[in-house]
Write a new protein. Structure first.
Length: 244
């Protein structure tokens, strides 16, 4: 990070670029020896900006819980271990991180039905226009939001999954009540991007935060797709591990 100038006139605010750089350096362990972010004057020289811009960047990171200003000392890095989220044949939110936290909870944010577009029809192996149930859910660990997901299910098979999920807080339990005792992960694709407005609100992030996006397809034991989902995880709170 040292000595690196940021790009101006890119449409991305300078403080946001700096917050991204500092966040990445923290994740890489660049400041582990001191446990502190360099002083504002040092950062201002490194990035070629004024101290007000540095304060804005550090303020955003403080809102995310990554750093904390300590009177008379500077900016302390908050040491919060990221949760390890396994990607395996049977990927489940609560089981995946359940032994790392005291409590996990899944909340239904919204539900509805919509016709399958081309992409959803291809994923779920249904005709375009087929009615699908759409669930918007939030996953929490020890009352802290970790992920938000949008999931689609064929409505003819899972028409009342929203009501069951609202009661149980579990896709796995809802599937069981609807005649799917077990299901497996067919594929998972993971990318990274900046948080959007919904991420900022639901995951309690600050502008410029990074989220990991997992697009996943689940199928029953007869290899029939039952769920396609797009989940967005706060990158500073989880890391993915792929299990064979």
């Amino acid at each position: 990070m040292a000595g690196q100038k940021i790009q101006r006139q890119t449409g991305v605010a300078l403080w946001r670029q700096i917050a991204d750089r500092i966040r990445t350096s923290i994740n890489h362990g660049d400041f582990d020896e001191t446990g502190m972010v360099p002083p504002e004057t040092t950062l201002a020289l490194q990035f070629g900006v004024n101290r007000h811009t540095i304060r804005s960047a550090l303020g955003a990171l403080a809102q995310e819980g990554i750093v904390r200003a300590v009177q008379g000392r500077g900016t302390l890095i908050e040491r919060k271990e990221r949760l390890s989220f396994p990607i395996s044949k049977r990927t489940r939110f609560s089981q995946g991180i359940g032994d790392q936290v005291r409590e996990t909870r899944s909340v239904l944010l919204a539900a509805g039905e919509e016709p399958a577009n081309v992409e959803l029809a291809q994923q779920l192996k249904v005709d375009v226009g087929t009615q699908l149930v759409r669930l918007e859910t939030l996953g929490q660990a020890d009352h802290r939001p970790v992920s938000r997901a949008t999931s689609w299910f064929p409505a003819d098979r899972f028409g009342n999954i929203a009501e069951i999920y609202r009661t149980t807080g579990s896709i796995t339990k809802a599937f069981r009540e609807l005649g799917v005792p077990d299901y497996v992960r067919v594929v998972t694709e993971i990318t990274a991007t900046h948080a959007d407005e919904s991420d900022l609100s639901d995951l309690q992030l600050s502008p410029g935060a990074i989220v990991l996006v997992a697009q996943a397809l689940n199928a029953d034991l007869g290899d029939i797709p039952v769920q396609y989902s797009i989940s967005r995880f706060a990158a500073d709170r989880v890391r993915f591990t792929v299990e064979n």
